[in-house]
Design a protein around this ligand. Structure first.
Ligand code: CMP
Length: 139
């Protein structure tokens, strides 16, 4: 079933000029990029986006990293897009990521792990709404 997920190409990837290479992996996996924008996240935006991790010891480090350089926010569409993109990204820690996944190919560390993808359809809808208006998403 066609569904949508939310993706962020993180600062470690944008700084190494890997946006196109990450997008190629996404597209080769059969996902369509139906919205995309390069932005500099504000601290308030990053804190809101990662609110569920507020109590984690790495929260401060995570927010500092996400605002350290531009990111590319995206909406991806395809069959089972949420689960499919999580497969394509690979494990959160690149040391555990499968061959051919974005994180195996490009991530630096568990913090600087190149991409974010929604973990459920419910969160995908909430995350997409934080960054895109309906008319900016064109399938
Ligand atoms: P993401 O999918 O964007 O969601 C939460 C992020 O927290 C996760 O990817 C990692 O980049 C980050 N994260 C998870 N564990 C750690 C950790 N131990 N140290 C730093 N960052 C982490």
């Amino acid at each position: 079933m066609a569904e949508r997920t939310f993706s962020i190409i993180k600062p470690d990837a944008t700084q190494r000029n890997l946006t196109g290479k990450v997008n190629a992996v996404i597209e080769d996996a059969g996902l369509r990029i139906v919205a995309q924008r390069r932005i500099q996240m504000s601290r308030a935006q990053a804190e809101k986006f990662y609110e569920v991790h507020k109590e984690r010891p790495f929260f401060g480090e995570l927010v500092d990293f996400m605002i350290s350089a531009p990111v590319v926010v995206q909406v991806l569409e395809g069959d089972n897009a949420v689960a499919r993109y999580r497969e394509v990204m690979g494990a959160t820690n690149p040391a555990n990521a499968a061959e051919g996944t974005i994180r195996k190919l490009y991530a630096v560390s568990v913090g600087e792990n190149s991409v974010h993808g929604s973990d459920s359809q419910e969160n995908a809808a909430l995350e997409i709404a934080q960054f895109f208006k309906a008319e900016e998403i064109v399938g």
